[in-house]
Write a protein that binds this ligand. Sequence first.
Ligand SMILES: [Cu+2]
Length: 143
Amino acid sequence: MRWRNPVFVGLILTLTLIAAASEEAGVSVRDAWVRESPLGVAMMAGYMALRNNTSRSQVLVAASSSGFETVMIHRTIVKDGMAGMEHAPQIELSPNASLLFAPGGYHLMLLNPKRTLRAGDPVVINLEFRGGLVLPVAFEVRK
Ligand SMILES: [Cu+2]
């Protein structure tokens, strides 16, 4: 069984520690998930609710993950009736405010997963903020 696998149990422990560390960093993340892609599609999208718990602006400047070859910050836009995506070089989180990454808006564009990710799998994505804060966030793959 999966739960008896020591590697998997170790990963769960790591994710719990990551969750505790995120709370202390001043920016918290809830409901972090990655949409499962059809077999053979090497592109996934990540969503989350970010919250800045500090009285200063926090600027998200990049994201990375050992689970993917490339991670980009994107925003879905509609131009002349056509939906497209644009790269968002940085996203400012206002003091004591929340920002949603959700289908149809901001998302993390995840390219070329290093292993097959199915619903229920965890994957860690690091959020990098201006000033050097790096927040490892545990995302869950969902249908
Ligand atoms: Cu995209």
